[in-house]
Design a protein around this ligand. Structure first.
Ligand code: HPA
Length: 236
């Protein structure tokens, strides 16, 4: 047990699929996992472990933002011997080239966050996803015939900005979209010699007026989850 996770060590799988929202973790377990059980409910940060096509998988929520995913991913890697974390989240598009519900596989993320510097003095402003994980995720998307866009993104500490300089970040770092967690997750994976990846669906756009139905949202979300779960069956 850790200060934030009550699960027994053997109840957490080597691969964790990590949505931000606890209710999404519940949905994934109920929809896709066989013989699943609830293994964490501290602060309602639900985690379930079960089987997907005979592969043991844990689905655990991260909460929102780098401080939150920073805590959970660090504890999973360090104290539960987790090898792979695949974040599944949403993002806001910085370019008209992305449509609502496009699925992005993150290559690298830029951040102005102090997370890495505070954590171990690292001053890198770009963090990279694990290439082996991205390889298997890309292969899974091809197996399932689901299109993904491989892209750089912006990992931000602030959702509501009075002055949004996203155009500068798009131009300088090639960031096509914004979310709030990958930078801390990738940093923790680097520090602890583990693997991390991030799949995102475009849930809103900073440059296009978009509207979507509940069905469209759910379909996009399930595409992303199915790619993540399929890739998890290829990992050890
Ligand atoms: N900004 C940050 N995080 C997000 C966004 C956004 O526009 N959309 C979904 N997650």
């Amino acid at each position: 047990m850790t200060p934030h996770i009550e699960a027994k060590k053997e109840d957490i799988a080597k691969t964790v699929i990590m949505p931000g929202d606890p209710l999404r973790a519940k949905f994934i377990a109920e929809t896709y996992l066989k013989d699943y059980k609830l293994v964490n409910n501290v602060r309602g940060m639900l985690a379930y472990t079960g089987n997907y096509k005979d592969t043991k998988i844990t689905v655990m929520a991260s909460g929102m933002g780098m401080p939150s995913i920073g805590i959970y991913s660090y504890e999973l890697y360090k104290f539960y011997d987790v090898k792979n974390i695949i974040r599944v989240g949403t993002c806001g598009a910085y370019t008209k080239d992305l449509d609502l519900f496009d699925v992005i596989l993150v290559n690298a993320c830029y951040s102005e966050s102090s997370y890495a510097k505070t954590q171990n003095g690292c001053t890198d402003e770009m963090m990279y996803a694990s290439s082996p994980l991205n390889f298997y995720i890309k292969e899974a998307s091809e197996d399932l015939n689901k299109h993904i866009t491989i892209a750089n993104i912006h990992s931000s500490d602030v959702f509501y900005k009075e002055n949004d300089n996203f155009k500068d970040i798009y131009n300088k770092y090639g960031a096509l979209a914004c979310e709030m967690e990958s930078f801390a997750l990738f940093h923790n994976a680097n520090v602890l010699n583990k693997r991390a990846a991030c799949l995102l669906t475009v849930s809103d756009s900073l440059v296009k007026d978009c509207k979507a139905t509940t069905e469209e949202r759910q379909k996009a979300f399930t595409d992303m989850i199915e790619i993540a779960l399929e890739s998890a069956t290829k990992l050890c």
